[in-house]
Design a protein around this ligand. Structure first.
Ligand code: GDD
Length: 315
């Protein structure tokens, strides 16, 4: 069995590749350039890497035609919400065009590939407390250009299933984290700041943004297992929430991280870290995905956060 993982040198992509290799699946991974190889250096002997620009239809067509993957995990994306405020067109173009080119190539060559697409809980956007835990049928009220790009990817998945019968499974994943998480995301950013303070690389003052927001966090290792099950057991055309079913305020997540350290740390709000509009509350219901696949998250959040902090301590 051959799997294509787009964005294999990214956070989720690298964990996905590790999971698949452990299962004995042949993995072809796309990278955009060879600059960000540190996440996958330990797998280079087993991975087949292909340089591919997903925004270029010819690049994608050649890849899909040559590799004819049984499974496609489409994880490449511009995934940081604040970047999408600064460069909305780039985010929208990158995220929509890349997926469109994959779908078109699979359709053109009439391949039976099963395709998982990484949609997001950001699509739900503004959620009132009485609307939680969030079901797949909740309204989509996106609050950022990133969220718009994910709504488009999501509905494109539906459309290509309905129009052409492509075997697309849409996973709306809530926040996920763990070792190798990019340092711009909140869990990783705070963990790295603590590790840097412990190493005396930063004065004992942490910069933070909106601590009131609440998020539903799952360990990335549980998430990649969910993506595998989504293609093994999920219904084509269907959309599934991948979540933990519990939520943490960012303030409580910070307290948890601080409890792992002996350092005496002050926190200071940095206005530059505040967003034009933030999603205040995300809490997911994953019952549909559990019913379809038997999946439930296994790694407790405390374990995930300690592993993340230890990851930064070891860098
Ligand atoms: N990044 C960051 N840095 N966020 C902060 C900070 C900070 O210093 N302080 C508070 N926050 C708050 C943000 O305002 C937001 O409410 C929350 O922490 C989480 O921010 P991120 O970690 O940047 O993630 P996100 O929720 O915007 O988006 C992530 O989850 C989505 C799924 O819901 C990303 O992983 C997306 O790619 C993913 O789709």
């Amino acid at each position: 069995m051959k799997a294509l993982v787009t964005g294999v040198s990214g956070f989720v992509g690298s964990h996905m590749a590790e999971f698949l290799l452990q299962k004995g699946v042949e993995v072809v991974g796309t990278i955009r350039n060879r600059s960000r190889m540190n996440h996958i250096e330990h797998m280079l002997r087993d991975l087949h890497l292909v340089e591919c620009e997903l925004r270029d239809p010819f690049s994608v067509e050649t890849l899909v035609k040559t590799e004819k993957p049984d499974l496609i995990f489409h994880l490449a994306a511009q995934s940081f919400v604040p970047t999408s405020w600064n460069a909305p067109m780039d985010t929208i173009n990158n995220n929509i065009a890349g997926q469109l080119h994959i779908f078109e190539a699979v359709r053109r060559f009439d391949l039976p590939s099963k395709i998982q697409i990484a949609c997001s809980s950001e699509e739900y956007g503004h959620v009132d407390p009485h609307e939680t835990p969030i079901l797949e049928s909740n309204p989509l009220r996106p609050l950022s250009p990133y969220a718009i790009s994910k709504v488009a990817q999501d509905l494109m998945g539906y459309q290509y299933y309905k129009s052409y019968g492509l075997h697309v499974i849409r996973t709306r994943t809530f926040n996920h984290t763990g070792p190798r998480r990019g340092e711009q995301f909140v869990t990783s950013n705070f963990a790295k700041q603590i590790a840097d303070i412990e190493k005396r690389l930063q004065p004992p003052v942490m910069s933070v943004g909106n601590l009131e927001a609440k998020r539903d966090f799952t360990d990335v290792r549980d998430v990649v297992r969910a993506y595998w099950l989504a293609l093994e057991k999920g219904q084509p055309g269907e959309v599934y929430n991948i979540a933990s079913g519990t939520c943490w305020s960012i303030a409580d997540m910070l307290k948890l991280l601080l409890s792992f350290s002996d350092a005496n740390i002050e926190t200071r709000q940095d206005p530059a870290r505040m967003r034009p509009s933030d999603v205040e509350l995300l809490l997911g219901n994953y019952d549909n995905f559990h019913a379809a696949t038997g999946w439930r998250p296994e790694i407790p959040f405390e374990r995930t956060m300690l592993d993340l902090l230890n990851y930064w301590r070891s860098q």
